[in-house]
Design a protein around this ligand. Structure first.
Ligand SMILES: C[S@@+](CC[C@H](N)C(=O)[O-])C[C@H]1O[C@@H](n2cnc3c(N)ncnc32)[C@H](O)[C@@H]1O
Length: 302
């Protein structure tokens, strides 16, 4: 039998030698989970049961090969809520909490206690679920295309007891868009990596689904398509709130302006990177051909 402390030191050292920067944190998470103890080193000489030892060693081995810790544990916290995760669904990032904060601030500032909200490209459902938990009277719908992600999304809805609607479908398709209208807020963290970024992913990120990451050659495909297509589902004065990658704020802002969204508010994440933009739907459903242009045409789709 091995003691908790001896096994901990051994596992941490394996991760350190494999170049995992967060070796101590990761070892601690594995121990907490496997021993079901928030403070596993409080009793350092306690013997680790054989089955737990075997599993801890297996997880350490997988982690040393850069498997994402979140997938190994099968659950991760987002905005204080537990989310089931695994291969096939994007791991919720702390940066995305900025998006939730911004939507909640919009609701607070505008006195929206029961807004109609759509979360496009919902993945694990982390954004939709956090919003529903924070705004219990809101009517929240999550739209997601991937069957694998949808299965996690539905599990997470149940796990968190969040009463939200789930639509399985392509946000780029008109028939899906037409299922939702009169929305107060559309929120989305769509795939936004460029072709170049996809070629130089960190090893850990390669375990996550490419369909959750790749946003077209310049990374902006979903922003253009969602802004153009989904504008019609928003009420006048409604908000479109996007998360995007480092350095994409100007391009996303000009897409929003092009489709007559105004009052663009950018927000930084905890790392100081401009991460989100919220914009208000103004004007008719027309396209501005350039930011200064008076020229417009009816953007009729039906
Ligand atoms: C960047 S991930 C974001 C997931 C989640 N919203 C989050 O913040 O963690 C993008 C998600 O969009 C989904 N997706 C990609 N293309 C889509 C499409 N055409 N329609 C709906 N969802 C799509 C992917 O499957 C993935 O779950």
């Amino acid at each position: 039998m091995v003691s908790r402390k001896a096994l901990f030191d051994e596992c941490m050292s394996i991760l350190e030698q494999s170049g995992i920067d967060t070796a101590r944190f990761d070892t601690m998470c594995i121990f907490q989970d496997m021993l079901n103890d928030q403070n596993p080193l409080f009793l350092p000489n306690e013997a680790v049961p054989e089955t737990a030892e075997k599993r801890i060693r297996e997880l350490t081995e997988l982690r040393s090969k850069n498997r994402p810790l979140q997938y190994l544990l099968g659950q991760w916290e987002f905005y204080g809520y537990p989310m089931k995760v695994g291969e096939g669904v994007l791991i919720p990032r702390p940066d995305t909490e900025t998006l939730v904060d911004q939507v909640l601030d919009i609701c607070r500032e505008n006195g929206m206690t029961a807004p109609r909200i759509a979360d496009l490209c919902s993945g694990s459902g982390c954004i939709a679920i956090a919003l529903k938990k924070q705004l219990p009277q809101a009517e929240v719908t999550a739209v997601e295309i991937s069957e694998q992600a949808l299965s996690y999304l539905r599990d997470n809805v149940r796990l968190n007891g969040a009463d939200i609607d789930v639509i399985a479908g392509d946000v780029l398709k008109k028939d899906i868009r037409q299922q939702l209208s009169g929305l107060d807020i559309i929120v989305s963290n769509p795939p936004y990596l460029t072709a170049e970024e996809m070629r130089s992913l960190q090893t850990e990120v390669t375990y996550e689904p490419a369909s959750a990451l790749f946003g077209g050659e310049d990374g902006l495909g979903f922003y253009r398509a969602i802004t153009e297509l989904w504008r019609r589902s928003l009420k006048m004065g409604g908000y479109l709130v996007f998360e995007f990658g480092d350095g994409q704020h100007e391009a996303v802002s000009s897409i929003l302006k092009r489709y007559s969204f105004d009052n663009i508010q950018l927000r930084k994440d905890g790392g100081g990177i401009i991460r989100t933009a919220a914009a208000v739907k103004t004007g008719d459903d027309f396209i501005r051909y350039s930011d200064n242009s008076e020229q417009s045409r009816n953007n009729t789709e039906e």
